[in-house]
Unconditional design. Sequence first.
Length: 116
Amino acid sequence: MTAWLLVAVGAGIGAPLRFAVTVALRDRGATTHAGTLLVNVAGSLVFGVLVGGDVRGDALALVGTGFCGALTTMSTLALEVWDGIVERRMPHAVAALALHLVLGLGAAWLGWVLAA
């Protein structure tokens, strides 16, 4: 199986999971922003485990690039921050960006430490 196919398979799992998480949280009264934060932090944790565990090759293509790449979403984060700026909610925009950065880096570090 080529790396390209593995990336596609991983993405085929990660993207629907991201959608399901966002819908499930919205159905429970949370905002879309909560879903974006959750999937980005979870994806960072998983990717940290992969890197800390020195995972390479096909497994990294499947889980890292495919699954984590499709689960996490920089584009949605950028749109959410941009909406905050346009709607003149700068504290919200800055807080969203800071939360993603701090929690995402923290989760990646934790995953790396757990796997190393």
